[in-house]
Every structure is written in C-alpha cells, then in structure tokens.
Design a protein around this ligand. Structure first.
Ligand SMILES: Nc1ncnc2c1ncn2[C@@H]1O[C@H](COP(=O)(O)OP(=O)(O)OP(=O)(O)O)[C@@H](O)[C@H]1O
Length: 248
C-alpha cells in the first residue's frame, strides 16, 4: 500500500496584501518524485518553505510524514532535508570536510562512515578531498544535496536544484535524484526546466495564480490538454504555456 508522505490542504499565504497561495491542495505519495512547476513568483519556494517549516501558512493544513508543519515543526524537521537555491558550502574546505562538519553538527552516529556513504551516493568519492572552490557547478550542487542527506531523511525538498547549471552538470544532478528515488526517498522538486520534470517526476503539478491548476503524470497532463485544446501528444512546454498565458 502506498501512503501519502505529504498532504497539503487549502494552504493560503499572503505577504502584505499580496496573496501568493490561495488555497493549495496536493498529496505526495511515499517514494514519489513530485515536481512543482510555475512561473517566476508563482509561489513554489513559498510552498517549499511552508513544508519545511521555514515560514508559517496563514491558514490550511500541511502534514509531512504525519506531522503538522505548524504544530509539530520539530518532528517535521527531523523527517526532511532541504536543498535551497543557493549553495551552503564553505569554499576553502573540501567536500568531505563540509559534510563532516554537518555530521558533527547533527551528532550523527558513525559520522565518518555516513559521510563516505553520502559521497558515494552522489558520485563524489573521488573528488571528496579536493577543495570545494575547485569544483564545477555540478559537483558543488551534488555535495549540496549530500549535505541534506547526512542525517538520513525520508523526504527531500529540492528548490530549483539545477538552476544555473550547464546541461552536463544538470545531467549529473538528475542521476543523483534518480539514485535517491531508487532508494525510496520522497522528493519534491521545483524547477524552471520543463524537460527535467518530464524526465524525473512521477507526478507534475502546475502552480498558477495561487492554486494547483493541473496535476498528474506526464501522460495524464497530455490527455487533459488533448481534451481541453484538441491537441494530442503536446509537450510539457505547450501544456505549461497554455495555462500560464490563459487570462493574460
Ligand atoms: N518574505 C517575503 N516578503 C514579501 N514577499 C515575498 C516574500 N517571499 C516571497 N514573496 C513574494 O511572493 C511571491 C512568490 O515568491 P516565491 O519565491 O515563492 O516564487 P517562486 O515560484 O519560487 O519564484 P521563482 O521561480 O522566481 O523562484 C513573489 O511575488 C515574491 O516576491
């Protein structure tokens, strides 16, 4: 039986008089890769920040692994890892040293072994003892993701994990995401690269005008697009643009 790892019901959030989330609903099953798409400013990061307890919603309920993000933040934080849009690595240390620091901070049992494991998981064992400043963008991002994995989290939030990376580095990050998925990690990712969602996600959701306006696996989105617009086998870009441009 597949259970929901994340449930989001009628979440609303405004900043001042600007309503960003106007009643967001979605569920993410355990082990699923869920891609949240939306234009710049649609509220993707806001949603991720609510789920990772960095900010509180104005109303609605969001549960992660059975814990309410507003009432049980501590337990939510022990379930999740978050890799944001900006690197948190210290450039003058090696990849391994950065990870070891994180393991020490979290008081991870057998920290050195865990560091070696996560380095292997993200394919960075051979470069682990080089300084971060010598890494390519893709290598840095892989160690960034590894930082979040040090304390074995069931849910990983990746906020634009490949923004600013060249195609080769993006591909390296895809491989890491696929590897984590194969190990059963539930992953919510936001992305501006529609191909990324097509390639990686079990389920794709489009956040527009404060709500999830379309959701499903890629073939379901195509079927919905076909029904609404009469066009078969649309690619995700067609589907996305049709929604985002509607009403403008
Ligand atoms: N702390 C804040 N105070 C005021 N406004 C905010 C705050 N955080 C976000 N916003 C606004 O809320 C809206 C949604 O921002 P958010 O970062 O969630 O969008 P996004 O979909 O992640 O966009 P992007 O793809 O550009 O990262 C934007 O208009 C942003 O300016």
């Amino acid at each position: 039986m597949t259970t929901n790892m994340i449930t989001v019901s009628n979440i609303k959030k405004s900043f001042g008089d600007k309503a960003v989330l106007k009643g967001v609903d979605f569920n993410v099953k355990s082990g699923e890769v869920y891609a949240l798409l939306g234009s710049n400013g649609a509220g993707k990061t806001t949603m991720i920040n609510i789920l990772s307890t960095l900010i509180a919603p104005d109303s609605g309920v969001a549960m992660v692994n059975g814990y309410d993000v507003t009432k049980d933040g501590q337990n939510v934080r022990s379930t999740i890892a978050l890799t944001g849009q900006f690197s948190a690595l210290d450039d003058i240390m090696t990849g391994r040293e950065n990870l070891q620091l994180m393991a020490d901070l979290w008081k991870v049992p057998n920290g050195r072994k865990k560091v070696a494991e996560v380095l292997e998981m993200v394919g960075m064992t051979s470069a682990a003892d080089k300084r971060v400043k010598s890494y390519s963008g893709g290598m840095k991002r892989r160690v960034d993701i590894a930082m979040g994995l040090i304390s074995s989290r069931a849910v990983l939030f990746l906020d634009e994990p490949t923004t600013g990376l060249d195609p080769e580095a993006r591909y390296e990050v895809y491989e890491v995401i696929k590897e984590l998925k194969s190990e059963g990690t539930t992953i919510v990712l936001t992305t501006q690269y529609l191909k990324e969602a097509e390639e990686l996600a079990d389920k794709i959701a489009i956040l527009h005008d404060g709500k999830i306006v379309l959701e499903g696996d890629f073939s379901e989105l195509q079927a919905q697009h076909h029904k609404a617009h009469g066009k078969k086998n649309a690619d995700l870009e067609d589907i996305f643009l049709k929604i985002v441009k509607k009403g403008k």
